[in-house]
Design a protein around this ligand. Structure first.
Ligand SMILES: [Mn+2]
Length: 365
């Protein structure tokens, strides 16, 4: 029986070194605490070739200590290591890290586990002709891949500017895979695929301000020996989380303080927070100032913060007679308490009303 810690998509960046190394160190500590036999990194350990170049010596040093502690490190490049590459990744040695960048695959056995390590490629069309040995009796076979599979993941590609190679379900059955250690999809998921337990452990860090980065950040702990293999997720706490909020701007063009405080209360200094400001405002400079001030506040609570203005500027709207009477009527029923749901509903009603008037006055012209 062997124990494997499976991770992918750390996207280590030189300009986020402190955060990235906290995440990597936690994974290394977990591997030690679990007395894992293998740490498998299924691609996109680095965010770009430039990050690979500037960080690989330090990262190798960290992983060297894990190797010394008895845990072998197996790593294949994803699509990101090749970004902006000026030389072949297969020319690099990260010894004692077992870095497999040579296409199409590298096969070996260690501690009763057969590994098929497949570095990222634009496509894997020729896999039916690969000379993979027949599976030996009693071993567990693990495929390490940085690829998209359309059965386990039906959403859009992680990135809009580059696609990962696509791997077919047949691959897993054809090569008698027991566990597919996958990378590329940042929101984790697991499913039985062609007889294999296929798993995207998800990115163990928050890479960018995007809804698909939301949720707990985890790595997968795999124990071989049984069929199917036993898996469980382990949370990486230093990663923090991606948190997204929508905040309607009030009549004065400001976000309500109790609402901001509610957001602040839910943040840790590891989180990446994004707030979308909505509403109809009289002029842009005011809402821009509100956004900048909010960002300042959030940065005191979170690792990173972005505030997006999704407001509509309608200067003329406020001089419109219909608007004036609408706002006067609304002001008369404004809830006293600005902290409750009732106030939030009132604010939204005000916003939708103004939008409606803006659209209608547009039609008249
Ligand atoms: Mn990727």
């Amino acid at each position: 029986m062997a124990k494997i810690i499976h991770t992918a998509d750390l996207h280590l960046r030189a300009d986020e070194k402190v955060y990235c190394y906290a995440v990597l160190d936690e994974i290394i500590e977990l591997a030690k605490a679990e007395k894992a036999d293998f740490l498998v990194i299924a691609g996109d350990l680095f965010d770009s070739f430039a990050d690979f170049e500037s960080l690989r010596k330090e990262v190798r040093h960290k992983l060297f200590h894990l190797h010394e502690a008895g845990c072998r490190v197996i790593y294949i490049p994803g699509n990101h290591e090749a970004r902006g590459a000026t030389s072949e990744l297969s020319a690099y040695s990260l010894d004692p890290v077992q870095f497999y960048a040579r296409a199409p695959f590298v096969f070996f056995e260690a501690d009763g586990v057969e590994f098929i390590c497949v570095p990222h490629a634009e496509n894997y069309d020729g896999y039916r002709d690969w000379k993979v040995p027949a599976k030996r009796e009693g071993v567990t076979r693990v495929a390490v891949l940085h690829a998209l599979n359309s059965t386990i993941y039906t959403g859009p590609d992680e990135e809009s500017d580059s696609r990962a190679g696509v791997i077919e379900d047949d691959f897993f059955r054809r090569f008698s895979i027991d566990y597919a250690a996958l990378g590329h999809v940042h929101a984790g998921r697991q499913q039985s695929l062609g007889g294999a337990t296929a798993c995207y452990p998800g990115s163990p860090r928050v890479w960018r301000a995007h809804a698909r980065e939301a949720g707990l950040k985890t790595v997968c702990v795999v124990e071989t020996g049984g069929a199917p293999v036993a898996t469980r997720l382990a949370e990486i706490r230093s990663a923090g989380q991606y948190k997204e909020y929508t905040l309607p701007l009030g009549p004065d063009g400001e976000a309500s303080l109790p609402e901001i405080q509610k957001i602040e209360a839910g943040l840790t200094n590891r989180d990446l927070v994004r707030v979308k400001l909505t509403g109809i405002v009289e002029n842009e400079p005011a809402s821009e100032a509100a956004a900048a001030a909010l960002r300042e506040r959030l940065l005191k609570r979170a690792r990173a913060a972005c505030v997006d203005l999704e407001t509509t500027v309608a200067e003329a709207l406020y001089s419109n007679e219909l608007t004036k009477s609408f706002l006067a009527e609304l002001d008369a029923i404004k809830p006293e308490d600005e902290t409750g749901d009732e106030y939030r509903r009132w604010l939204l009603a005000r916003q939708y009303g103004l939008q409606e008037i803006a659209e209608r006055s547009g039609e008249d012209k």
